[in-house]
Design a protein around this ligand. Structure first.
Ligand code: GLC
Length: 714
């Protein structure tokens, strides 16, 4: 006993001397606050004029949001900025110019958590130097719907990959005394009727898919805030959904931060407050200031416990203490301190590591030194790369390189980032380069016929609030590509899209690169891959379907022309079998599989073994560079249960990204998250690890198995 009491004494002493943690500091501060001061913290304003309402004068112009502080207690205001791709601007005559990361799908396609962290750290620094202490970035809605207009903001279809990559990004953002925000919570997986659609999904399926991605992102990123989404979940709006917010997020996951609403996602005072919402965002986006005087009255009349208002304030202050916002001086708007050149390099690295070489017939890529002429066609590739629209829109120095395209109002117009693939390539090849705008297929054919190689840049603009009408490339680009390939079989297609697209011309072209929205230095990133300066190492974070017919919902539910209509969508069709899991379960062959991506070298995978050790499952293997040039391998391990109670044959269980010199072999060890080897039992309210044999497969993609190993689980 003595030893124990001594140990206990040491612990207590240690605790007494340790700095009070964020929770204790927040608790102590709330105890000093008046009711009105607490109410100031839970009510947010839009940071730009909207419907005739102007924001408080302390807001930063044309920004996402502002929340008053409490000067008496040195609680700073919250200056909010969008979003996950950089410091965005609301529409304005001259929006501020900041560094744009490539799309979230591009960063996810790097399969490189360190890069996700660095990308987050970069945009978080720009947020701080732009006067913000809250960044609405950490977007991780699973790609259930490849036509979702916001897929470019997210991290693909697998909960483990999406959760890890987003969590790392949030960690990076928050390394700058800026609160990060994991969003949108939850199941906001389409934009059609996003504010009224009711998502039907079973608890187990939800916990093993979208919620698992969010859970992993929150575990890894420790975000100060989570943003609840517009849609309903099983009949209840997400921002007043007691099961989602109080049971899953706060009780089961132990989330200590605060839940802010999306802009216009609040529909009540008492149900929202008691349902777990902590902060109403973006007034006057909602129909009423629910968390204004109405909340005060609800608390004073006992409909909302006073302790609930204390908890709201405590959670917001916890986030501010936990992420340095309380202890750092209030942010100052000092963009002159931003190192844009260095930040462009961070963006470029994410872009080039996220480029996926989908096809490379005859090793046409990298471009041979002896190529004499190259015809570049379409995609404004002479001056720019495309970016996605909506709240996440980051504006470039000098404004859009191409003006007047796309919708005049939100989520348009299309912003073209002034980074020219043509100029960047011209600096890396002796070939004579011509440019044709691709507007006339005949002219493009002639341009292609006259060159050694033709490179078609195909673009697809996607944006918040709209889904794409199909998976086809828009504006007759399929016909353009087919025409060019018909004139020159050495045709390369560079896709700048928001997500997967179909490719009716695939067997007519030699090579295809998925460059996504490649960000501020996107032209350079693309040119470095085409020229071979960089060996592509991106792997698909989302399946490319062969057609809409392969999807759980060939037609997206809802009606894009309806503003107020109420619609339902049934996610129980696929349940947790999202993406590749759906294709494997339904035995459909997609165009390109999850995890697919070619390299300018080749790799071999082997020596796979799995074992249990100390309650953990560890998978080990080797990967070898069997080619003639250095490159990054992305060995992937998938797990499948022989007892067959899983949602699909296999799940991604782990991966690594390994740089290998020619001939080099490396041993890799992966510890598998126990949830990947479990099913969520809704009745028991917990994850139940599967017994029986688990088969692990190893390879360079989900559809390329090089080795198997079976582990008998007790
Ligand atoms: C938008 C988006 C959300 C964004 C917010 C503020 O409607 O759904 O992601 O952070 O409003 O702009």
């Amino acid at each position: 006993m003595k030893a124990l009491s001594c140990a206990v004494a040491l612990t207590l002493a240690g605790a007494a001397n340790a700095a009070p943690d964020a929770g204790e500091r927040a608790q102590a501060l709330v105890a000093k606050m008046t009711q009105d001061e607490k109410l100031r913290l839970v009510f947010g304003y839009f940071g730009a004029e909207f419907n005739g309402t102007v924001p408080p004068k302390e807001a930063i112009p044309a920004t996402a949001g502002y929340i008053h502080g409490v000067p008496r207690l040195n609680i700073p205001p919250q200056w909010q900025t969008d979003a996950g791709l950089g410091v965005a601007s609301q529409p304005a005559p001259s929006p501020r110019a900041r560094t744009s990361l490539p799309s979230g799908l591009a960063t996810a396609s790097t399969w490189n958590p360190r890069l996700a962290y660095e990308a987050g750290a970069m945009i978080g620094r720009e947020a701080r130097l732009s006067g913000h202490n809250v960044m609405l970035g950490g977007s991780v809605n699973l790609m259930r719907e490849p036509r979702n207009g916001r897929n470019f903001e997210y991290a693909g279809e697998d909960p483990l990959l999406a959760g890890v990559m987003t969590g790392e990004q949030v960690r990076g953002i928050q390394s700058n005394q800026v609160i990060g925000t994991v969003k949108h919570f939850a199941f906001n997986d389409q934009e059609t009727n996003r504010t009224t659609i009711d998502v039907k999904i079973g608890e187990a399926a939800g916990r093993m898919s979208d919620l698992l991605a969010l859970q992993i992102a929150i575990e890894r990123g420790n975000p100060g805030s989570v943003m609840c989404s517009y849609n309903l979940v099983n009949g209840v709006y997400a921002c007043e959904n007691d099961w989602l917010l109080n049971k899953v997020l706060k009780q089961d996951w132990g989330f200590r931060g605060y839940v802010m609403s999306d802009w216009g996602a609040v529909h009540s005072t008492i149900p929202a407050a008691n349902g777990g919402l902590d902060q109403q965002s973006g007034w006057p986006f909602d129909k009423s200031p629910y968390f204004g005087p109405a909340l005060k009255e609800a608390v004073n009349n006992g409909h909302v416990p006073a302790a609930r208002l204390d908890d709201m304030a405590q959670r917001i202050l916890w986030a501010m203490f936990a992420h340095g916002v309380m202890d750092a001086p209030p942010p100052v708007v000092e963009p002159e301190k931003i190192d844009f050149a260095a930040h462009a390099q961070v963006s470029r690295q994410a872009a080039e590591e996220g480029i996926v070489l989908l096809k490379n017939a005859g090793d046409l890529l990298p471009l041979a030194a002896g190529v004499r002429s190259i015809a570049i066609i379409g995609g404004h590739a002479d001056v720019a790369v495309i970016s996605g629209g909506g709240a996440a829109q980051v504006h470039p120095q000098g404004g859009s390189a191409v003006k007047g395209e796309g919708p005049k109002s939100f989520p348009g117009p299309i912003v073209w980032l002034p980074s020219s693939p043509k100029d960047a390539l011209a600096a890396r090849t002796k070939a004579r380069i011509t440019y044709h705008d691709g507007k006339s297929a005949e002219g493009a054919k002639r341009a292609a016929a006259g060159a050694d190689i033709a490179i078609v840049f195909a673009t697809q603009w996607t944006a918040e609030s709209i889904d794409t009408p199909s998976l086809s490339l828009p504006e007759r680009q399929d016909a353009l590509i087919a025409a060019v390939a018909g004139a020159n079989r050495r045709t390369i297609v560079v896709l700048e899209t928001g997500g997967p697209v179909t490719m009716p011309w695939l067997d007519k072209v030699s090579a295809v690169l998925a460059a996504w929205y490649p960000g501020t230095a996107g032209g350079e990133a693309i040119a470095r891959v085409l020229s071979g300066e960089v060996n592509p190492s991106g792997r698909l974070a989302a399946t490319f379907p062969a057609s809409e017919a392969q999807l759980p919902r060939p037609k997206i539910d809802g009606d894009p022309s309806s503003k107020e209509g109420r619609f339902r969508t049934d996610y129980d069709i696929e349940g947790a079998a999202v993406g590749y899991k759906w294709y494997e379960r339904t035995k459909k062959k997609p165009l390109f599989a999850f995890g697919h991506g070619l390299s300018y070298t080749t790799f071999a995978y082997g020596d796979l073994q799995a074992r249990e050790e100390g309650g953990k499952v560890i998978v080990e293997f080797t990967v070898t560079n069997t080619g003639r040039r250095a490159g990054h391998a992305v060995p992937q391990v998938y797990a499948g249960s022989h007892t067959g109670k899983w949602e699909a044959p296999r799940r991604l269980a782990g991966w690594d990204k390994v740089l290998l010199q020619p001939g080099e072999r490396k041993a890799v060890s992966v510890t598998v998250d126990p949830r990947i080897l479990s099913v969520y039992d809704a009745a028991a309210g917990r994850w139940m690890r599967s017994s029986g044999d688990i088969e692990f497969t190893l390879g360079g993609a989900s559809d390329a198995t090089a080795a198997r190993a079976v582990l008998g689980m007790k």
